[in-house]
Design a protein around this ligand. Sequence first.
Ligand SMILES: Nc1ncnc2c1ncn2[C@@H]1O[C@H](COP(=O)(O)OP(=O)(O)O)[C@@H](O)[C@H]1O
Ligand SMILES: [Mg+2]
Length: 122
Amino acid sequence: MCRVICLCNQKGGVSKTTSTVNLGVGLAKEGNRVLLLDADSQGSLTASLGFVEPDDISITLASVMMDIINEEDFKPKEGILHHMEDVDLLPANIELSALELTMGTVMSREVILKEYIEMMRA
Ligand SMILES: Nc1ncnc2c1ncn2[C@@H]1O[C@H](COP(=O)(O)OP(=O)(O)O)[C@@H](O)[C@H]1O
Ligand SMILES: [Mg+2]
């Protein structure tokens, strides 16, 4: 069974990133396969897992969402990073803030992230 857990809050500094890392690593230590999705254009989760230059990474949450919007053929698992604590990561970077501007006019924008998650569940 695959469960999706979302840690979100509009407010900054309330421990979203810290809780995500610790929950993810904890679940991995209990034997679960964990994929973390960074949904912050500042790439804090990405950086906190040691990928210190998120803006240099080409495959990110923004790029896969853009691929879905443009109906591009893409490999959903490509670009997933692995961390030695046994969690995987789809990174994020500043491109996510550009995507947010585009998203305002995209049809069915509320299900694009869901579509990606469904692909990864399969
Ligand atoms: N349980 C905690 N106890 C003490 N400090 C914490 C705790 N959780 C987070 N912090 C600290 O609070 C700050 C903000 O946390 P962060 O996870 O970056 O928040 P967010 O992702 O919501 O912006 C960081 O400096 C982090 O180290
Ligand atoms: Mg954060």
